[in-house]
Design a protein around this ligand. Structure first.
Ligand code: AMP
Length: 282
């Protein structure tokens, strides 16, 4: 695997590859890599000639300073894992390389209602920061294909909008959530949970599955109340949201509509760590 730290160096490399008609795939990450990230690398390798991963913990998307400061950094293990999974290129910039003119947002992305729902309501400014960093990365890497996880479903929606607004020529491909054998959605933040809380964290997928299997017979309000109660009984401190929404634009639904694909999304706190997860209902 080739590691680039400088924008100019990776740009020279990419333009050489493109002049040889190679397709470029890209999986941006914030590091602390796990098998969820590797599922993007694995699929990306099949779908492109050159697979580029990036690791950059982007300060501008953290509305909570302590979340940023506690974000796990495991760079040596990350490099090892990427090499083991045959990633071709790692882009590993520092802050001044990513933001040579400073970190303040130069423009406001007009993302529409999706920006302020769900994650947006609880993490003000988060998606502006996500768009800022991903636009910069896309301008540098210029990938034909961009691989992202359904784990961050709303992020995928927001970035589709940004890509359309900024007329960026890339194909965003969303890949399913990779889970542990017992169903916990893999996440870099899981590393901050102790054994007991890791066990309790499984309650998230249990309540999501329960809602999915009952939604055609029981009102969403009843299922949501039950889910909240179950999470709070199983070690969760706080629930930011449990919402049912349309898959295509995240419009909130008060009840299931069997004609339109929907999704149930959860954000909840355990052991001082905020976890998110979701399940598609087609
Ligand atoms: P992050 O490092 O958390 O910014 O995530 C980088 C990319 O990996 C994003 O596209 C995430 O949606 C994706 N990702 C994170 N966790 C998982 C998972 N458990 N399964 C699949 N993709 C994931």
């Amino acid at each position: 695997m080739i590691i680039f730290k400088k924008v100019e160096d990776i740009q020279n490399y990419i333009s050489k590859q493109k002049s040889n008609d190679k397709t470029i795939g890209f999986a941006p990450t914030m590091g602390a890599l796990h098998a969820g990230h590797m599922s993007l690398i694995e699929f990306g390798k099949i779908e492109s000639d050159i697979l580029v991963a990036s690791i950059f913990v982007n300060p501008t998307q953290f509305n909570d300073k302590s979340d940023f400061e506690k974000y796990p950094i495991t760079i040596d293990a990350d490099i090892e894992l990427l090499e083991k999974n045959h990633c071709d290129v790692l882009f590993l910039p520092n802050v001044s390389e990513m933001y040579p003119d400073g970190m303040e947002l130069k423009e406001h992305y007009n993302l529409g209602p999706v920006e302020n729902l769900l994650e947006g309501a609880f993490r003000p400014g988060h998606f502006q920061g996500v768009c800022q960093v991903v636009e910069r990365l896309l301008r540098i890497v210029t990938p034909h294909k961009l691989f992202m996880g359904q784990k961050d479903f709303q992020q995928v929606m927001v970035l589709r909008k940004m890509i359309e607004l900024k007329k960026i020529d890339t194909n965003l491909i969303m890949l399913p959530i990779k889970r542990s054998d017992d169903g916990l959605a893999l996440s870099s933040r899981n590393a901050r949970l102790d054994k007991t809380n890791l066990n309790h964290a499984l309650t998230i997928i249990q309540v999501l599955e329960k809602i999915k299997s009952s939604i055609s017979k029981t009102s969403f309000e009843t299922l949501k109340n039950e889910a909240e109660e179950t999470l709070l009984k199983n070690g969760f401190e706080k629930i930011d949201y449990i919402e049912l929404a349309l898959q295509n634009d995240l419009t909130p639904l008060s009840n299931w509509n069997n004609e339109k694909p929907s999704i149930v999304l959860i954000a909840a706190w355990i052991g001082g760590v905020r976890l998110i997860d979701n399940i598609l209902i087609d």
